[in-house]
Design a protein around this ligand. Structure first.
Ligand code: SAM
Length: 227
């Protein structure tokens, strides 16, 4: 699967992309992540990507022309492509959306900056996505969140110890069950002893599975009350 991020900060994720699961996925050829500098698609000597808003108002608006040129250049006709504009006004990104995006060969993500992008960009994209009801400085973090959430659903990207099958949101909108590791009992600064629920030490896999199922429904509550 190929991700293409259109941005004015193409080097912003250099180190992040090389590390861990995403780094390995790229080395294995399962995922390709390309950054495209929007300034490469400008036509003036200052490589201008923004201008003041019609009608007045604060801030600058990203121009439609360079963005459309970038989309046209990146799109490959032999691939199924989804072109997405990142905007706080878009549809909320969810695990279900991440799953739905795995069906495309090529995803183009447009990261805005300043006050946003010229509304006419909407004519050249497939959908608008928000990663939550808050405002970021730019769409780069939103693009990366989508790249990561979609990539980990691609077969082979996660190792066998990192399965996504039982993760939060992977079936109904429930959350992952509570997880514990050593020590069996933990005390911090004279506080109460926090124990691992006994059921998890029982070796009874059927009962553990039932307990975990109950735990999925209430992410913040302990499945058996406080330990
Ligand atoms: N003036 C815009 C508004 O009030 O909605 C905010 C623009 S924001 C400073 C600049 C860019 O960051 C946006 O064009 C968008 O690409 C990106 N961005 C900010 N928050 C986002 C979010 N929650 N989800 C997706 N993209 C976001």
């Amino acid at each position: 699967m190929q991700f293409n991020i259109i941005t004015i900060f193409p080097n912003i994720f250099d180190s992040y992309l090389k590390e861990s699961i995403l780094g390995r996925a790229q080395k294995k050829g399962l995922v390709e992540i390309n950054m495209h500098n929007l300034r490469d698609y400008t036509s003036d000597k200052h490589r201008t990507v923004d201008d003041s808003p019609y009608g007045g108002g604060v801030g600058m608006v990203m121009m439609v022309e360079p963005i459309v040129r970038a989309i046209k250049d990146i799109k490959q006709s032999d691939k199924t492509t989804r072109t997405i504009l990142l905007t706080p006004r878009g549809e909320r990104f969810t695990q279900q959306k991440a799953q739905a995006l795995t069906r495309y060969d090529q995803i183009i993500l447009i990261a805005g900056r300043y006050e946003g992008v010229d509304e006419r960009v909407a004519e050249f994209i497939d959908e608008q996505i928000s990663i939550g009801d808050f405002v970021l400085n730019g769409g780069e973090l939103a693009a990366m969140a989508i790249v990561e959430a979609v990539s980990r659903l691609i077969p082979g990207v996660l190792g066998k110890d990192e399965s996504s099958r039982e993760e939060s949101f992977s079936d109904d909108p429930s959350r992952e069950y509570p997880q514990y590791t050593r020590p069996e009992a933990f005390v911090a600064d004279g506080g109460p002893e926090l124990k691992v629920p006994e059921i998890l030490l029982s070796g009874n896999h059927a009962e553990i599975a039932k307990w975990r199922k109950r735990g999925r429904k209430h992410s913040t509550e302990h499945p058996q009350g406080k330990a």
